[in-house]
Design a protein around this ligand. Structure first.
Ligand code: IPT
Length: 271
């Protein structure tokens, strides 16, 4: 039996770790996995990828692509004969999903820095085309607001280390006095730390940095990165288990959706 995975670029660390976890857990459940990587610049790229997998007779499809509620709902409706499970949609989407809770880790990050005495925050989000980037940004902003604060400066990257580097230089130019920066993922955090160090800004003595993902390399950044851990292995396992049980029981789909917790891992990039 075969499952399909439609994924965003495997050039990014998180989606590649998620794909690896799906592959391993599917294998254990007796399923092969066919992977289609979507070119997000093509308007019909997603449906084309689904068609490609269907032509190869997959039994169900996992979709790790940032989709808004209506986009995900349309995809499910247009492919009604195929079980679809989404990994990157808003929590109120009317589809079957397994996703990380966008609120708990972001909130813990703000609390951690606030308790360390930080009041001047920079926010560096992922691309606004990504639902999870928007949810993380909103969640940081809500947590700051509840403490009577607003961000001193906000930037937007594209998940890459290079964008983290460049946006940090720009944000420091716009507002040199922030003492902490919340970053939408670890790859951008790598660029953030590199830009700060190049400007002789000590991390964490002058600026604290918190990432998001806790990908495998993050404990070895210099300094070791404080970050929000998303358990990609657990995501892969839950996705496979729930999709497989849905294949055997197509009558009760959406009730099986779940949000997985995230949590802050404190290392040495915050003080
Ligand atoms: C999300 C990662 O947190 C981010 O770093 C980036 O890789 C993005 O994926 C790519 O789409 S994780 C996703 C399951 C929300």
């Amino acid at each position: 039996a075969t499952l399909g995975l439609v994924t965003t670029s495997l050039g990014f660390h998180a989606p590649s770790q998620i794909a690896a976890a799906i592959k391993i857990h599917a294998q254990q459940a007796g399923y092969n996995v066919l992977i289609a990587m979507v070119n997000e610049d093509l308007p019909d790229g997603l449906q084309a990828a689904v068609n490609e997998l269907q032509a190869q007779r997959v039994d169900g499809i996992i979709i790790n692509l940032p989709l808004d509620g209506p986009q995900a709902e349309a995809l499910s409706a247009n492919n009604g004969d195929m079980a679809c499970l989404f990994l990157d949609v808003p929590p109120d989407a009317g589809v079957f999903y397994v996703m990380f809770n966008p609120d708990d880790g972001t909130r813990e990050s703000v609390d951690h820095l606030f308790l360390q005495g930080h009041r001047q925050f920079a926010l560096l989000s992922g691309p606004m085309a990504s639902v999870s980037a928007r949810l993380r940004l909103q969640s940081w902003q809500r947590a700051l607001q509840e403490r009577g604060l607003t961000a001193a400066v906000i930037g937007q990257g594209d998940w890459t280390a290079q964008s983290g580097y460049l946006r940090t230089l720009e944000m420091r130019h716009q507002c040199a006095h922030f003492t902490a920066i919340l970053v939408g993922n670890d790859q951008m955090s790598l660029g953030v730390i590199s830009a700060l160090q190049q400007q002789n800004v000590a991390v964490p003595a002058q600026v604290s940095v918190i990432g998001y993902d806790d990908t495998r390399d993050s404990a070895f950044f210099l300094p070791a990165l404080t970050t929000v851990s998303q358990d990609f292995n657990q995501l892969g396992q839950e996705a496979v288990t729930r999709l497989v049980s849905m294949l055997g029981n197509p009558a009760q789909p959406h009730s099986a959706s779940v949000m997985l917790p995230t949590h802050l891992v404190v290392r040495h990039s915050t003080a």
